[in-house]
Design a protein around this ligand. Structure first.
Ligand SMILES: [Fe+2]
Ligand SMILES: [Fe+2]
Length: 262
């Protein structure tokens, strides 16, 4: 099973929260924007439980993918609690009611391939943001944490891509749902992330930081010109490799979708 390879890989080399010397945080370098970003990261990462619950429901007959989802879930909990620990160390916190509001499971996607495709986009997006923010952040402990989490998200994207490719080989009829997912998330001039699509508008979140607060700050303050284009191109390239189609522009995605539907 592929999840055994993943388990071995993680077991050999994965970082641990205990390696972080949170006492070593240089508080004089912690800017208010960093706190907003970390709170936003906590809110995004806290969706892991809803996602694992959704995967368990949707992939009820797929042991290998379910095992991967559990391993993946552990790492996302690690991100959630690593960012939470960082906040604690600098005397900040996230409202636990806002985190609790993230608990309800995700509904199944239109197809399993669409669910896997959505998660590829989610991982690529967070990887991109964490990596860029790590280069901008001057406080070294936070920069290190962002880099490690960012590398994990890149690995997660590769694993979701593996399972999506496998699923598409056995269910080629699900191709249109993958292209629809790609189009939905990359056709606009903004960062669209599954967590905000599915979990916005909850009462417990009003006035609280959400994952969108972080994305907006990212785009406003620190993203070099063309950052969104770079992210969307990377997502289109990944889907091009996954589907063996030329998806290098929005127009091409639309045409491929029309072809898959027709
Ligand atoms: Fe994460
Ligand atoms: Fe991830």
């Amino acid at each position: 099973m592929h999840s055994l390879d993943i388990f071995r890989h993680y077991d050999r080399g994965h970082w641990r929260l205990a390696e972080f010397s949170l006492d070593g945080i240089d508080r004089s370098l912690v800017k208010p924007e960093y706190i907003t970003l970390v709170k936003s990261a906590v809110m995004g990462e806290s969706n892991v439980i809803a996602a694992v619950h959704g995967f368990m429901n949707e992939f009820i007959d797929d042991y290998d993918f379910s095992a991967f989802a559990v391993i993946w879930g552990y790492q996302e909990v690690q991100h959630h609690y690593a960012f939470t620990s960082y906040l604690e160390a600098v005397g900040e916190s996230v409202d636990s009611r806002a985190v609790a509001a993230m608990r309800a499971p995700y509904e199944p996607g239109s197809t399993r391939s669409a669910t896997l495709a959505t998660n590829i986009i989610s991982e690529l997006t967070v990887n991109h943001v964490y990596r860029s923010v790590a280069a901008w952040v001057q406080e070294p402990v936070l920069a290190d944490l962002l880099l490690r989490a960012g590398r994990d998200e890149a690995a997660h994207a590769r694993e979701f891509r593996h399972y999506a490719a496998q699923r598409l080989r056995s269910h080629p009829d699900e191709l249109a749902s993958v292209l629809e997912t790609l189009y939905f998330y990359t056709a606009d001039e903004k960062i669209k992330h599954p967590v905000s699509v599915f979990k916005s508008g909850l009462d417990a979140l009003s006035g609280h930081e959400t994952i969108d607060t972080g994305f907006q700050l990212f785009l406003d303050r620190m993203a070099a010109h063309g950052e969104l284009d770079a992210l969307q191109s990377k997502i289109r390239r990944t889907f091009g490799g996954l589907t063996d189609l030329d998806l290098s522009s929005n127009g091409k995605v639309r045409r491929a979708l029309a072809g898959a539907l027709g």
